[in-house]
Design a protein around this ligand. Structure first.
Ligand code: HEM
Length: 316
């Protein structure tokens, strides 16, 4: 009986050991001795790059999301296609991503200070946080120690990054599949307080949908014709350079640009939270920061898994 108990105990411990080794923890002090100036280098580089391109923080934030949602935050998105390697950049949700040169430039500076030490995945996580701060958003401490993938997954990029045409239940389940709650999803969608969308992603909303402020639809149609002009840009909220409450205020006023945005405030489970975020900056900021840390924890490669890429675009 005693040995049976012993046996059961071992059997019940094994899965948790396996889980913890496959999912080793990130650490906020990971580069404290190996690259002590890392955070300063990334912050200054983001500041310089944003001075040249004031819209940069938005596309960088989007890169982090699109990277983390495909096999975890492992910089798989940053890999270029080659004749023998298929990356994720040609996936439909990634066709309008940008900011790769800025990450390259930061990586070059980090390599000069700490060669072959800091992953591209961690650089992206830090640059994302610094960009949010530059636009007036919250700050948070970024857990570090991610390593870079040696693989990418084009099919997952096409199927696991949510579509702007998705409904609320699909959005909730796609985030749940990454360990993120509906509340995380609604807070993270607040990233759309920054940046722009192409006409092709919101055309059907402004021409066909009824849960939209008519004056807003008219204004947006002026620069997004019923056919053509697919790449014409419109701001995702009324203040695309400011990390503020305007995104949620727009949703409450039926001025969400994307169908998926308005789904968060359309008589469903997230309405009350959208209302809260639309008036309560402290709640939005702290929920957003916490959800960014959570998203940054999606299945990182740690320990001896993956590699520290020398060039974010190519495998070592
Ligand atoms: C909830 C599901 C989401 C959907 C369906 C979605 C979809 C989109 C679409 C269609 C665009 C415009 C892209 C284009 O012009 O082609 C966009 C832009 C953007 N997305 Fe999302 N997104 C979602 C969540 C997120 C999250 C979680 C983040 C980050 C935490 C994020 C960050 C951004 C940013 C910053 C932009 C503006 C990029 C720029 O100005 O270049 N999105 N998103």
């Amino acid at each position: 009986m005693a040995s049976l108990t012993h046996f059961c105990l071992i059997i019940s411990i094994i899965p948790s050991l396996l889980a913890s080794s496959a999912n080793a923890q990130l650490s906020t002090t990971f580069y404290a001795t190996s690259c002590p100036n890392l955070q300063t280098i990334v912050r200054n580089a983001m500041r310089q790059a944003s001075a040249r391109d004031s819209r940069l923080p938005a596309p960088i934030l989007r890169l982090f999301f699109h990277d983390c949602f495909v096999q975890g935050c492992d910089a798989s998105l940053l890999l270029d296609d080659t004749s023998s390697f298929t990356g994720e950049k040609t996936a439909i949700p990634n066709q309008s991503t940008r900011g790769y040169e800025a990450i390259d430039a930061i990586k070059t500076q980090v390599e000069a200070a700490c060669s072959a030490t800091v992953s591209c995945a961690d650089i992206l996580a830090l640059a994302t946080r610094d960009g949010v701060v530059l636009q007036g958003g919250p700050t948070w401490i970024v857990p570090l120690g991610r390593r870079d993938s040696r693989t990418a997954n084009l099919n997952a990029a096409n199927s696991q990054i949510p579509s702007p045409f998705a409904g609320l239940s699909t959005l909730i389940s796609q985030f749940a599949a990454k360990g993120l709650s509906a509340r995380d999803m609604t807070a993270l969608s607040g990233a759309h307080t920054l940046g722009f969308s192409r006409c092709l992603a919101f055309r059907t909303r402004i021409y066909n949908e009824t849960n939209i402020d008519p004056a807003f639809a008219r204004t947006r149609r002026a620069n997004c014709p019923a056919s053509g002009g697919d790449n014409n840009l419109a701001p995702l909220d009324g203040t695309p350079a400011g990390f503020d409450l305007n995104y949620y205020q727009s949703l409450v006023n039926r001025r969400g640009l994307l169908h998926s945005d308005q789904e968060l405030f359309n008589g469903g489970s997230q309405d009350a939270l959208v209302r809260t975020y639309s008036t309560n900056r402290a709640t939005f900021f702290s929920d957003f920061a916490a959800a960014m840390v959570k998203m940054g924890n999606i299945s990182p490669l740690t320990g001896t898994n993956g590699e520290i890429r020398r060039n974010c675009r190519v495998l070592n």
